[in-house]
Design a protein around this ligand. Structure first.
Ligand code: PMP
Length: 390
């Protein structure tokens, strides 16, 4: 019997993808004691009790079967009215909303739905580590456009324009941004929207941190004139609803794009977990006060960390959203990787070196402030001591 040669068991496509740079660091940190982690990209709140209770109750009532492929209809209706109320976008729960297994699935099936081999997606970086691999897994080519601290990590239309080629199919935007916390206002977004019309581009707008906008109201890309028809809006419950482990997100898109994504979702996942969907339904019905409470708490911690970093000589732009600070370590003369590794070894504070987030990330570290004030105060003391030791 013929055997597959060992080196050809894996597809070339999968072999070409690097494991996440974040993991390597945390594997190292997980073997050490007395670590303060500013590394994790998730809320430090437990999901509010009424949401957990609604999910438990759905199990007690015996709702253990598959749901409709696109998700429980009542949930899609709630998503529709929530998004309308909060972000002035109108989506039809029948044909334009798909409940996914986290925002992660939305990005994956969105890329697979639109890309042919060699199509290019412009990725505004530094940014969430999944975009590039998911573009590549869909056969596409990721084209990075780096942003800088001088521009508060906003991207301009002229930067994007310079990266457009005849193969450009879409732009990936994520504001508020992971890892920089950058936000973009309506006017800044509009300039990119004009470009999308001019060059007939699609837009992925990952708005999972939309509720966590501290200084200005979030403007959804799909709410800009004529942009809904070219936008795949990705969002979910993980961040602002403190539900990372529930694995529940949603995609909003015009019917042709949504139908293509639904096809992929149907074959690979059937539907998002039923009990999680019932929890999410409750979160949308009654969770607005909880979102506000958590947001105010993050904002207070943001203000503390930005002020403290500048006091100890770590320059840090003020992140307008999400729960990350992205200070520059350039003045130390260390690369972000060296800085993060030495800081971990010397003071047991885990941060993520910025280069893992792509172009513009090197020379920075990502510090998640979704941890207790006590941890934040201690980590500032430790980083201060570390800086003085250099
Ligand atoms: N988008 C961004 C920008 C993120 O930061 C994350 C999580 N770190 C995700 C998507 C994935 O979210 P989910 O848990 O809903 O898959």
């Amino acid at each position: 019997m013929a055997h597959t040669k060992l080196n050809s068991r894996l597809s070339k496509r999968v072999q070409s993808i690097q494991p996440s740079g974040i993991r390597r660091f945390f594997d190292l940190a997980s073997k050490m004691d007395n670590i303060i982690s500013l590394g994790v990209g998730e809320p430090d709140f437990v999901t509010p009790w009424n949401v957990r209770e609604a999910s438990i109750s759905s199990l007690e009532r015996g709702f253990t079967a598959y749901t409709a492929n696109a998700g429980v209809f009542e949930l899609r209706k709630e998503i529709s009215s929530y998004m309308n109320k909060r972000f002035s976008v109108q989506y039809d729960p029948e044909t334009e909303i798909l409940v996914t297994v986290g925002a992660s699935e939305g990005i994956d099936i969105g890329m697979r739905a639109i890309l042919d081999e060699g199509d290019e997606v412009i990725i505004v970086e530094p940014t969430f580590v999944s975009y590039v691999p998911l573009v590549q897994m869909a056969g596409g080519v990721a084209v990075p456009v780096g942003t800088t601290k001088e521009d508060q990590f906003k991207v301009s239309a002229s930067q994007i324009k310079a990266a457009i080629t005849p193969r450009t199919k879409a732009i990936m935007l994520c504001f508020p941004n992971n890892p920089t916390g950058a936000t973009m206002n309506g006017q800044e977004m509009q300039e990119i929207a004009d470009l999308c019309e001019q060059y007939d581009l699609l837009v992925f707008s990952d708005e999972i941190y939309a509720e966590l906008s501290y200084d200005e109201n979030h403007v959804s890309f799909a709410s800009l004139p004529k942009m809904k028809e070219r936008t795949i809006l990705i969002s979910g419950f993980s961040k602002s609803f403190a539900m990372t482990g529930w694995r529940l997100g949603f995609v909003l898109a015009p019917p042709d794009l949504l139908a293509a994504m639904l096809k992929l979702h149907q074959y690979s996942l059937m539907c998002a977990p039923t009990m999680a969907q019932y929890g999410a339904l409750e979160a949308l019905k009654s969770g607005m006060d909880d979102i506000e409470r958590m947001k105010q708490s993050y904002k207070q911690r943001r203000n503390f960390i930005v002020k403290s970093f500048s006091e100890i000589g770590l320059p840090c732009h003020t992140p307008g959203g999400a729960f990350y600070a992205f200070p520059s370590v350039e003045e130390t003369g260390l690369s972000s990787e060296q800085f993060a590794e030495k800081l971990l070894m010397a003071e047991r504070v885990a941060v993520v070196p910025g280069h893992v987030f792509g172009e513009g990330g090197a020379g920075h570290i990502r510090c998640s402030y979704a941890t207790s004030m006590d941890n934040l105060e201690q980590s500032v003391e430790r980083i201060d001591r570390f800086l003085k030791s250099l």
